[in-house]
Design a protein around this ligand. Structure first.
Ligand code: ADP
Ligand code: MG
Length: 508
């Protein structure tokens, strides 16, 4: 086929007037056309995207290329690193013959560079600790995370309302558990008077679901100091956007915790960022590598919520990129909203594979230059079919692309390098310690104590009255002795009450 026509076709289709990122050069009939550069306008990077393809085809490196170029343009990035292979972005790459050959083919000089990085964690792993408070979720979202039914969600709403009416904060899971216990026991009458009847079967189910979440390590995630999302938006002294890497290797098998975190993060970003208008560039771009892990075990309500936020967050200048093996891993409602699509090779081993490839191909623009379903299986490593949105929001021509190589290291950091990143991080210090404030747990515990003390006193009083009656009716001569016995009895009752209380407290 005519490569000059093709070059013109690509150059015209990928023409930009504002800032853009060059991902590589288009290929035709297996040959790379050096100057057929695939340029993605920065302006459209809040329109979300997908990077798909079989294992080992180059998805993570494509993510790395995109992230580096965003950072280079002063745009901060957040990456979910599930397999732990993204930390190398902090160090410059190494010039190697296969890389310079690749870059000669696409006519882009190969330079190496390390980027400003923060390493973050949801657990006790080293790095910036990410936490959120229960209050921040609000009753609706908190109920969704627990996958509660309407009645149960109603109970959660009452608890949030009660705590807010009585200026108690819900910081961690201990707080909400204490509040649930309180409304079913000593606070029952008070709550029912104010907010109506609460079913104890509901509170039982809610508690069980909270325990389930706790077992996935969420007790470490909920707490103070809550993460301020403005700390994701930093630019370093050279004008490079920070690349924030959340290391999730230790929560791979905890999908509930992961989706809870994702949802809290997206909601926070949505609530805190101002409406963006048409600023010409994104404020933050989020990449989720191995994205099927959040979608796989998420409940229907949670998926709906994610879908909703994905739709809304765009107007805040936030782009979300999903990286996954098969496009079908991503829910349809999300898929239909993606602006940039990068499809690496898929393998056609089984009839099912072939069906999936056909379906994938149908989701790409028709091209007179390619047989899409065939080319998907023929792409080499670090090559992909790309379609983006141009500055007018119209899909660009489909282009089989030879991608550039990341400027930074295509491997992980050593443990020493990780320590070095963490020890110079201001954020690590800022979020290091869990702060115990007086929240619902402490307030309600005090209340329980007080009411138990009152009960003990009442009991003591009763005893006293009883004793007095017997004293009066018996020999008045031994009154003195009786009185001191009474004192002993009274304080014994009181101590018994207090002991009960203490054992209760220590059991928690
Ligand atoms: N753009 C690229 N330039 C050079 N090498 C690449 C590129 N993309 C992928 N590779 C090579 O392919 C290997 C696998 O890529 P990776 O991104 O980890 O695959 P995936 O995430 O799809 O499993 C990399 O370690 C690297 O050697
Ligand atoms: Mg990968």
């Amino acid at each position: 086929m005519d490569s000059t026509n093709f070059l013109n076709y690509i150059n015209k289709g990928y023409e930009t007037s504002g800032d853009s990122i060059i991902l590589g050069a288009a290929m035709l009939d297996g040959e790379t056309i050096p100057d057929a550069h695939i340029k993605i306008p920065l302006k459209t990077l809040n329109r979300h995207g997908l990077i798909a393809g079989a294992t080992g085809t180059g998805k993570t490196k494509t993510l790395q290329v995109l992230a580096e170029n965003l950072s280079d343009n002063g745009i901060p990035v957040l990456m979910m690193d599930i397999k732990g292979d993204l930390s190398g972005i902090a160090e410059p790459g190494e010039v190697k013959p296969f890389i310079t050959e690749r870059h000669a083919k696409i006519n882009i000089p190969y330079t190496t560079k390390g980027f400003p990085v923060e390493l973050m964690s949801l657990s006790e792993q080293d790095g910036v600790r990410l936490r959120a408070t229960v209050s921040e979720f609000g009753p609706v979202l908190f109920s969704r995370i627990l996958d509660l039914n309407d009645t149960q969600s109603g109970v959660i709403s009452v608890i949030f309302k009660y705590c807010s009416d009585h200026t108690m904060t819900l910081v961690d899971l201990k707080d909400i558990k204490k509040a649930i216990q309180y409304i079913t026991e000593e606070g029952k009458a008070e709550i029912e008077k104010e907010y109506g009847r609460i079913s104890t079967s509901s509170t039982g189910s809610i508690l069980r679901k909270i325990v389930e979440l706790e077992q996935q390590g969420a007790d470490v995630f909920f707490g103070e100091t809550s993460f301020d999302i403005n700390d994701l938006m930093r630019i370093d002294e050279n004008g490079n956007g920070y690349i924030n890497i959340i290391r999730l290797t230790d929560i791979q098998d905890k999908p509930k915790l992961f989706s809870t975190f994702m949802l809290s993060l997206l909601t926070k970003i949505y609530n805190r960022l101002p409406e963006q208008g048409d600023s010409g560039r994104p404020e933050l771009v989020i990449f989720i590598d191995e994205a099927h892990l959040i979608f796989n075990q998420a409940s229907k309500t949670l998926l709906d919520q994610i879908e909703n936020i994905v739709k809304l967050i765009r107007s805040k200048g936030v782009g979300l990129f999903f990286v996954t093996q098969n496009p079908t891993d991503v829910p349809n409602g999300v898929l239909s909203q993606l602006g940039l699509k990068i499809q690496h090779a898929l393998r056609a081993f089984t009839a099912n594979d072939r069906k999936a490839i056909k379906m994938t191909a149908e989701n790409y623009p028709i091209s007179e230059y390619y047989k899409t379903d065939e080319i998907i299986t023929q792409l080499g490593t670090g090559e992909a079919l790309i379609t983006a949105l141009n500055e007018k929001g119209i899909p660009t021509p489909l282009a089989a692309t030879m991608l550039r190589t990341p400027m930074s290291r295509m491997d992980i950091l050593t443990p020493d390098e990780i320590s070095a990143v963490n020890s110079k991080s201001k954020l690590v210090r800022k979020y290091k310690d869990t702060i115990e404030t007086e929240s619902a747990f402490e307030v309600l515990t005090k209340r329980t104590e007080a009411s138990e003390q009152a009960a003990a006193q009442q009991e003591a009083q009763k005893q006293e009255e009883k004793q007095q009656k017997t004293t009066r009716s018996s020999d008045s001569g031994s009154g003195q002795i009786q009185k001191s016995v009474l004192k002993v009895v009274t304080s014994a009752t009181f101590i018994k009450g207090a002991m009960n209380l203490l054992t209760k407290l220590f059991k928690k």
